[in-house]
Ligand binder design. Structure first.
Ligand SMILES: Cc1cc2nc3c(=O)[nH]c(=O)nc-3n(C[C@H](O)[C@H](O)[C@H](O)COP(=O)(O)O)c2cc1C
Length: 511
């Protein structure tokens, strides 16, 4: 299976080193040749909703106004704080355009598209979001939402949305560095991106929801993707309207030329195979898939419980999500001499595990179990823990100083050893696949990315630091076993205080 064959182990890393071909480095943008840019507004309204609230209250409303139709200003904010360029690092080897959400290797292989009806200041169409020039490009003229809704088995929140966002990866832009493992990164990087998207859209009352179930071929066709090189990962409805969408219409084949990503591309068949094995065929299959729920299975506690001590909401930092997103960046060095507090760690864990509005989390369920190694958390003894979601407590699995082990588990890097705590998202893939079929693999990876992305945002909101990390798969499971027996790691986030102070927040919200 794909997961098994893309595991990192010390042995495999030694036996199979990879040297980057810098002359063939992919461009981190999808560039259409002949389409006119439609500039997005660059003067963005400042946000008002605090980051922690935006992350944790992104739950669809059951009641409220029936019309919530975003205009271009609202869409520009959503796109900018989801995937826009936050800062540029000039370097002789080429400039790096750092984006709103963290991304493996800063390679940015996930693009956003949007399908909409007529909006106050944007005609109905299917558009691509050009990150490089902050502009939309129209790929199709007219309202194609009906076709997206049909491909998603008439998912109710999509069916009432005036705007549908879609995301897709161009694999090679990541596989250049990570080879076969890039398919995991579709969902890790797509996940962190969706963490931002859910938060910024929720902050504007747009009721976003992650739809991971859709007929792949139909969506690939609608977006004009090249199925050998690109795959869609999720759909997200934005806003709501009482007006029914126009029915699905025939969509001609799109033959839009894009600039080559690099001079030559290497094909990784394993990526195409897992994508195809986890694909859904048609809307009816999607509708059946969507009913699945993974009941929580939590063995009785065997050891001491440390109830989480999250900050009261009244004490949450007031800084708006948008300003936190501008400050976010991966911590490059943690300060071993400065601890987190248990209140900070608890708050980050609580908001990151708040129910994710998604088609695979019905009934507030989750596909993940969280494990923690705490090195330096005031109020929590150093050790290995399991997060008991029902009791909102950390169960001590083993006390001890595991800095050296955490460094090894995080691929021999200093970051996980120096961090205050490491949070591992694990999934029991056997159970997940039994309920959700192969599509469950994508959903579990995506949920890992969303939790990781939320941890990043929460850390910066609380004024400490975070970084995503890669890991030695089986050794992480062994470390947390027997408790974690049979589970697989989906995502790892290190949390702690950075060595250097974070840069001052920017005063202007101009893109
Ligand atoms: C899933 C994931 C895994 C990552 N793994 C590592 C890692 O192993 N080591 C590291 O130094 N940074 C890692 N990063 C951080 C990325 O290098 C960073 O997100 C990227 O350079 C963009 O920079 P920014 O997060 O500061 O915007 C990871 C990020 C993600 C999202």
């Amino acid at each position: 299976m794909y997961h098994e064959r893309t595991k990192h182990s010390e042995e495999r890393l030694r036996a199979n080193p990879h040297h980057l071909d810098w002359d063939n480095q992919p461009v981190p943008f999808k560039l259409y040749r002949d389409l006119e840019p439609i500039p997005l507004p660059r003067q963005l309204d400042p946000g008002t909703v605090s980051a922690l609230r935006a992350i944790s209250t992104s739950i669809a409303r059951e009641t409220g106004p029936t019309e919530q139709v975003p205009d271009l200003q609202a869409l520009a904010r959503v796109l900018y704080y989801t995937a826009g360029i936050m800062k540029v690092r000039r370097s002789p080897g080429g400039d790096v355009y750092f984006r709103a959400a963290p991304n493996t290797g800063a390679l940015y292989h996930v693009d956003l598209y949007l399908a909409c009806r007529d909006l106050p200041d944007l005609p109905a169409g299917l558009y691509h979001f050009g990150v490089h020039d902050f502009a939309l490009r129209r790929l199709r003229v007219g309202d194609y939402r009906g076709a997206f809704i049909e491909a998603a088995g008439v998912e109710p929140s999509l069916a009432r949305a005036p705007v549908v966002l879609a995301s897709a990866s161009t694999y090679w832009r990541n596989a250049w560095k990570y080879r076969d493992r890039a398919y995991r990164h579709v969902f890790w990087d797509g996940g962190t991106l969706h963490a931002n998207l859910l938060a910024v859209a929720a902050a504007q009352g747009l009721e976003p929801k992650v739809i991971a179930g859709f007929a792949d071929r139909d969506i690939e066709h609608l977006l004009g993707l090249d199925p050998a090189r690109e795959g869609a990962l999720a759909l997200v409805p934005l806003g709501r309207t009482a007006e029914p969408p126009v029915p699905a219409r025939d969509a001609p084949v799109l033959n839009l030329e894009t600039e080559p990503v690099s001079s030559r591309e290497i094909d990784y068949p394993a990526i195409r195979e897992i994508h195809s094995a986890s694909s859904l065929e048609h809307g009816e299959e999607v509708a059946r898939w969507r009913g699945a729920v993974l009941p929580r299975r939590e063995p009785d506690p065997q050891s001491e419980l440390f109830p989480l001590r999250p900050l009261a909401e009244a004490d949450w930092p007031a800084e708006p999500l948008e300003s936190v997103t501008l400050r976010r960046g991966s911590t490059r060095r943690f300060d071993v001499s400065r601890s987190l507090t248990f209140e900070e760690l608890s708050t980050a864990l609580a908001v990151a595990t708040a129910t994710i509005p998604a088609d695979f989390t019905q009934g507030a369920s989750s596909l993940l179990d969280l494990y923690v190694i705490a090195h330096a958390v005031e109020g929590l003894p150093p050790g290995a823990y399991y997060l008991r979601r029902t009791e909102r407590a950390l169960e001590l699995l083993q006390a001890g100083d595991f800095r050296a082990i955490a460094g090894r588990l995080g691929l021999f890097q200093e970051l996980p050893a120096a961090a205050g705590a490491n949070v591992y998202c694990l999934a029991d893939l056997e159970r997940v696949l039994a309920r959700f079929g192969n599509r469950g693999y994508r959903a579990a990876q995506l949920e890992g990315g969303i939790v990781g992305g939320r941890l990043y945002l929460a850390a910066y909101a609380l004024r400490f630091g975070a970084t995503g990390l890669t890991f030695l798969d089986d050794e992480v499971t062994e470390f947390f076993s027997p408790h974690a027996e049979g589970k697989s790691v989906m995502f790892l986030t290190a949390l702690g205080r950075p060595v250097r102070r974070s840069p001052a927040p920017r005063s202007t919200q101009t893109v």
